[in-house]
Ligand binder design. Structure first.
Ligand code: ADP
Length: 206
């Protein structure tokens, strides 16, 4: 197993890069998807979140009202930290379990961790970190024009993440997504070749 981390700010093109890496055979372990699993009814984080944030974060169908929860935590840093304290230990454990299942394979395992730049690098013991990077205005335009996100909401989410500079500072390899999709594909080819050159294993997680 070769283990790498993948990160990038919202709108950078991280999901698109994940798909391109998966198409080349990478096994993705996606922190966002794990968050959604543990926040679903019956998931380990579901009831603790309701206990902390109240019935206002439950939708009519009994699932968590993620926009309502996002509105609370993006407006209140202390609340955001509390939500992370509820979910992060489970996300870390589940990622470790999925990595253990790949340990004896020759697969490239890509840990897709949105907040890797906020302190997760050592914790996940990756052999290298790939950061998807593009100008802030480009990311904003993609979120608003392509994904239909409200501009103020997009700006708030971007402001709550690590800065572009902080993210690039933890990168071992930068995928430039300031151009079109053909340019991104050639960047991913370059990244894939670099990933193949890394030693298998990576350091074990804490
Ligand atoms: P992230 O996962 O980083 O938030 P996505 O990969 O979902 O970002 O990209 C945001 C949007 O921009 C998506 O609709 C995606 O298809 C589009 N996109 C990403 N990169 C490019 C690009 N180089 N050219 C055009 N559209 C792009």
């Amino acid at each position: 197993m070769i283990r790498i981390g993948l990160t990038g700010g919202i709108g950078s093109g991280k999901s698109t890069v994940s798909d391109l890496l998966a198409a080349r055979g990478a096994v993705l372990i996606d922190a966002d998807r794990i968050v959604r699993e543990i926040q679903a009814p019956g998931g380990v984080a579901y009831q603790p979140i309701i206990d902390r944030f109240g019935p206002g974060v439950v939708a009519a169908d009994g699932t968590l009202d993620r926009p309502a929860l996002a509105a609370i935590v993006f407006a209140d840093e202390a609340a955001r930290k509390e939500l992370m304290a509820i979910t992060n230990p489970h996300v870390g454990r589940i990622m470790a379990e999925r990595m253990a299942a790949e340990a004896d394979t020759d697969n490239v395992v890509v840990l897709d961790i949105p907040l890797l730049a906020e302190g997760g690098k050592a914790r996940y013991g990756v052999g290298g970190v790939v950061v998807v990077d593009c100008p802030i205005d480009t990311a904003l335009r993609r979120l608003v024009d392509i994904r239909g996100m409200d501009e103020e909401d997009a700006r708030r989410r971007m402001a709550s993440q690590a800065t572009r500079e902080e993210r690039v500072a933890v990168a071992d390899f930068v995928v430039d997504n300031s151009g079109d999709l053909a340019h991104l594909t050639s960047e991913v080819e370059r990244a894939w070749a670099w990933i193949q050159s890394l030693p298998a294993g990576g350091t074990p997680p804490d």
